[in-house]
Design a protein around this ligand. Structure first.
Ligand code: ADP
Ligand code: MG
Length: 690
């Protein structure tokens, strides 16, 4: 089953060439305990490493079960190490911080057998080597003999055909050594054990065959007839399993390691998390602010309005823009039948603005009107009124009274909120119908501000208007604008307004609802070359969004610097971990882990750090966000009375997910280089490192 043909191996050290193996040829059948005996440095370990496929750099060939090691590919060799060979070392090569169970399990993990089968097999194996009672003990608490027996159990885990034991008793005292040899002798009934020893006594006491070596050569092969052992060979049944460590196993191994080094893992994660927290906070603040300002804006601005101006004005200097005139009002109103009212700002010399209202005429006419204004709450500003022209479309909203008669300019409908403002405590809303309300028109001149500054009040004209109805509607038509035809007609009659002279840079058009006006705008926007439509709140919203985007980029830039530091930090920590776990890498390779599996272990470790730092970072940012939100609420309250509580810093779930993904990717990339180094490590060198 094992043929060794003309095996040669030499090491070059400078000019010198050391022949570690010099034309070694022999053949072995299964079910024997074969001892290779020779003085130190004669090439025994070199031979074992080649047989164990840890060293592929040799001349000649090794043929096992008809397969050549020389011709085998990487995959075959990984599978060979796991399924055909079991290694036992002089220095045990166990994972000392882990239990007996975990050490044996490790070999089984590589075969991907089920959890239940695995646990049973571990028990069986540890029972076989007489250590069932030590199953949960950490290996570094066991005696040397016990450790070697754990190593034997591990070597047996995947039912290998051949066990390679390099000085298995070398680190043990004579008595413990005997016990280990008894166990190996017992195992050799089922499978070939190739054991290296420098002790002829041990060889003679236990081996069926003794191969004597000297200076890389075999000098004699003796059948150890003295022992006169009757060979009773029990054939072993086994299934060949693919050499493959699941990603989950890699993660488990790394988690275990991260747990052992929890201080360092946590410190690295916290260090990395600061940058992540910065990013999370930048996103939280910018998106939270955008969102809460948007909701506040929506609470204040009627969403059923759209701003209209000339399309050609986009990107124009404010002084050069083309103004809308009366013809435009008519044209825009006819564009879509969803449009039912408009506000056209009145500007210019000698145009009186509808400004204040009161139920008492005297109040508005008072000499010291402007002084009274602030203290006198019977003088209200910004009347919400509706003219007959508008009412046509909102008849259903009338709660009290009626729509004014067509052509009647002295009657109008007020909004419910205005009605509630002027009503006296002992009055009912319906009592207002038919009452006169006095409205002040303040003459706007370009000097009005200056005049006020000189103590000369602007000219105030007071006119009575009759309340014909009260409507519950969201449409606000405040007094600084001419809203619809009623106003224009009224101004023409009362103030000689020349509507041909009306002009404004933009006007606001109302629709029935936010949805309907949005649909209208969408309908028109593509087909309109002349006018530009912009949802009223959207201008502000858009501005905030673009500002916040810039703020976000700025903040992210700062955080980006700390990310670079984080990458370096993870990289270094993984590199240190690789150095610390070099021996483990060797062990894993010897028991059949692929170099890819080694890579996975360290990538998994960086992944763990990445995820941990993401969680900590997001946690920190949520904590800070809460503080910010509470402070904002405490000092600013909400923007509008009916607007919801503002969460100016709020990380959207989607972005939290993205950060997690980002961290995972970032950490994996950071760990890639040291992981690659680990996977490329020479198993023999790695085993020597402790
Ligand atoms: P043994 O196990 O019988 O003591 P080894 O197989 O370890 O002997 O070594 C055989 C010879 O090869 C020795 O002379 C040793 O110094 C040399 N040797 C082993 N490994 C290396 C190596 N990596 N580089 C150079 N020389 C080596
Ligand atoms: Mg040796």
């Amino acid at each position: 089953m094992l043929q060794i043909k003309n095996l040669k191996k030499s090491y070059k050290i400078g000019e010198h060439e050391i022949k570690a193996l010099d034309d070694v040829t022999f053949e072995l059948a299964s079910g024997k305990l074969v001892a290779i005996v020779g003085p130190s440095g004669c090439g025994k370990t070199t031979l074992m490493n080649i047989l164990g496929a840890l060293d592929g750099d040799f001349e000649g060939d090794v043929i096992i079960n008809g397969k050549s090691l020389k011709e085998a590919g990487t995959k075959d060799l990984d599978s060979y190490r796991k399924n055909t060979i079991g290694f036992i070392f002089q220095q045990f090569n166990l994972l000392n911080s882990q239990t007996s169970k975990q050490n044996v399990e490790l070999a089984l993990d590589l075969s991907g057998i089920s959890k239940k089968d695995r646990s049973e097999k571990v028990k069986y194996l540890l029972e076989r080597v007489g250590l069932l009672d030590q199953i949960k003990k950490r290996v570094n608490l066991l005696s040397g003999g016990q450790r070697q027996r754990v190593a034997i159990a591990r070597a047996l885990a995947n039912d290998p055909d051949i066990i390679l034991a390099d000085e298995p008793t070398g680190a043990l005292d004579a008595k413990t050594g005997e016990k280990v040899m008894d166990l190996l002798k017992e195992i050799s009934k089922e499978r070939l054990i190739l054991m290296v020893t420098h002790s002829p006594e041990i060889a003679e006491a236990y081996a069926d065959l003794i191969i004597n070596m000297e200076d890389g050569k075999i000098i004699s092969i003796d059948e150890n007839l003295a022992k006169g052992r009757e060979m009773e060979i029990i054939p072993i049944k086994k299934e060949e399993t693919k050499s493959k460590m699941s990603v989950l196993t890699a993660l488990k191994l790394s988690l275990r390691n991260a747990w052992i080094k929890k201080g360092r893992t946590l410190a690295t994660a916290i260090g990395t998390s600061i940058g992540i927290a910065g990013i999370a906070l930048a996103i939280a603040i910018t998106s939270g602010t955008t969102n809460s300002v948007n909701t506040q804006v929506r609470g204040v601005f009627p969403t059923n309005s759209v701003m209209v101006g000339y399309k050609e004005n986009i990107d124009k200097n404010p002084n050069d823009i083309k103004k809308l005139g009366y013809e435009d009002i008519e044209e825009i109103n006819s564009l879509d039948n969803e449009f039912y009212a408009y506000q056209f700002p009145l500007k210019g010399e000698d145009i009186p603005m509808m400004s204040f209202y009161s139920l008492e005429e005297d109040l508005l006419k008072a000499e010291d009107f402007f002084n009274k204004l602030s203290e006198e709450d019977t003088i209200k500003r910004l009347i919400d009124m509706m003219s007959p022209g508008i009412i046509e479309d909102v008849k259903d909203d009338i709660q009290y009274g009626t729509v004014p008669n067509e052509g009647e300019l002295n009657e109008f409908v007020i909004s419910l909120s205005t009605a509630k403002n002027i009503i006296k405590d002992d009055e009912k809303l319906e009592d207002l119908i038919g009452k006169n309300i006095y409205v002040s028109f303040v003459k706007q001149t370009s000097h009005s501000d200056k005049m006020r500054g000189q103590g000369k009040p602007p000219e105030i004209i007071v006119k009575p208007l009759k309340i014909s109805g009260i409507a519950n509607t969201t449409t606000l038509m405040n007094t600084y604008y001419v809203s619809s035809d009623w106003n224009i007609k009224y101004y023409e009659k009362e103030f000689n307004l020349d509507k041909k002279k009306m002009e404004a840079s933009s006007m606001i058009v109302y629709g029935k609802s936010a949805e309907s006006i949005e649909a209208s705008v969408e309908r028109l926007d593509g087909n309109q070359d002349k006018y530009q439509f912009e949802m009223a709140g959207k201008t502000i919203t858009k501005q905030i969004e673009s500002t916040m985007k810039q703020v976000r980029m700025g903040l992210m830039g700062f955080a980006g610097v700390s990310i670079v530091v984080a990458v370096l930090m993870i990289s270094i920590v993984i590199y240190i971990s690789v150095l610390e776990r070099t021996n483990e890498i060797g062990i894993l390779r010897a028991i059949g882990a692929r170099s890819k599996d080694i890579m996975n272990i360290f990538v998994a470790e960086s992944f763990i750090i990445g995820i941990l730092s993401a969680i900590i970072g997001i946690g920190i940012s949520i904590g800070i966000s809460n503080v910010i939100n509470n402070l904002v609420y405490k000092f600013l309250g909400t923007f509008a009375n009916n607007a919801p509580y503002m969460e100016v810093a709020k990380l959207p779930l989607k972005d939290a997910g993205l950060i997690l993904l980002f961290c995972a990717t970032l950490s994996i990339i950071s760990g890639l280089y040291p992981s690659l180094k680990a996977s490329k490590m020479d198993p023999i060198d790695a085993l020597k490192r402790r």
